[in-house]
Design a protein around this ligand. Structure first.
Ligand code: AHM
Ligand code: MG
Length: 334
């Protein structure tokens, strides 16, 4: 729902704190993350003028080439959270967790994909930052095992999209709110509250170039969508693929749809391309909080017990009826 209020992100969080929905320290983690995103937004907007485009000439732990902006965004988030309410950070772009010096007593763990949609950086297509906040489960020095909590345990999750507008989507468990950055005042203003993903949709998002590698249930589902009104589905489908998960999920949150990055047989042992902790969990919680669903084909993404920090997962999320259908196709195959 679009609103016309001028509630700032800070005011929204203060009201949530006053109602007992979030603690003061969680409020601080979210505000700090949002302000790092504002900084990243300014850098993104400068593009070639700011010298932020192009390759960094390095690889991350998963063997992917890093862009300059992947590292710049990572540094911005790291710097913002020094000496704050976060005990340790984990990032798609860092091999191991990063405990914050002197912050062992802090209550929160923060995970992020600093710059999602890296292949779109140099071509001026929407990109974003995805974040997830988990509670600490032990005291003293943070160990990596503490991060391995199912997505259901998230205390806050969201993304910031750097597109025609910079917008921040946020959930702390009470629905999904969307804030738009007002460039004049430099503040995020609440523009969409209590987002709802419609149960029905006629739009799917998937990288079709991988179709020959998919498993049978995915081929069956997409074949039926492509047959449209001429096939068993009795309705036509449209397709979108931006190749920035942030931008594709943003569209699904605003008007429905199903987004999929399934398992494929090129690397059979790899469950999928997307990362459970940095991408799938926060996006799945946002989608569930907006009335949609998210699965890996076998179980709800949020129920998966992570085994490793950089674990990958197949993702199908969005409008409930389509996600249920694709889940059924997977179970029928079994
Ligand atoms: P990234 O975090 O390195 O940018 O990779 C994740 C991105 C997602 O945003 C997007 O959905 C997907 O990779 C696109 O993959 P492909 O280029 O295979 O279509
Ligand atoms: Mg990503």
């Amino acid at each position: 729902m679009t609103t016309t209020t001028t509630t700032t992100l800070e005011q929204h969080l203060a009201a949530q704190h006053a109602s007992g929905a979030i603690s003061a320290t969680l409020q601080s983690v979210i505000e700090t993350t949002a302000s790092a995103c504002q900084r990243i937004s300014r850098l993104v907007a400068q593009g070639a003028l700011g010298g932020v485009l192009g390759s960094a000439g390095s690889e991350n732990v998963q063997g992917e080439a890093q862009k300059k902006l992947d590292l710049i965004a990572n540094d911005a988030l790291m710097a913002a959270h020094q000496g704050g309410a976060v005990a340790a950070l984990a990032s798609e772009e860092m091999d191991t967790i990063c405990p914050i010096p002197g912050a062992e007593a802090a209550q929160w763990l923060l995970l992020f994909d600093p710059l999602d949609g890296s292949s779109n950086i140099d071509v001026n297509v929407s990109i974003g930052t995805i974040f997830s906040v988990l509670p600490r489960t032990a005291s003293g020095a943070v160990r990596e095992a503490e991060f391995l909590q199912p997505g259901r345990r998230q205390a806050a999750a969201g993304y910031c999209i750097y597109g025609p507008q910079t917008m921040l989507a946020l959930t702390t468990g009470g629905g999904v709110q969307l804030f738009t950055l007002d460039p004049a005042s430099g503040t995020f203003l609440l523009t969409h509250s209590s987002l709802r993903v419609p149960d029905e949709t006629q739009e799917f998002a998937i990288n079709m170039s991988n179709s020959r590698h998919w498993a049978a249930p995915m081929r069956r589902y997409i074949t039926e969508c492509l047959l449209g009104a001429d096939g068993g589905r009795g309705k036509n489908f449209n397709m979108r693929w931006i190749a920035s998960m942030v931008a594709d999920v943003h569209r699904v949150l605003l008007r429905g749809g199903i987004f999929m990055y399934p398992w494929d047989k090129r690397e059979p042992k790899r469950p999928g391309k997307l990362r459970l902790m940095y991408e799938a969990n926060p996006m799945s919680w946002l989608i569930e909080q907006a009335g949609g669903a998210a699965t890996n084909g076998k179980q709800a993404i949020l129920d998966i017990q992570p085994a490793a920090l950089h674990e990958r997962v197949a993702v199908m999320l969005g409008s409930k009826n389509e996600v249920q259908r694709v889940t059924r196709y997977h179970s029928e195959e079994n």
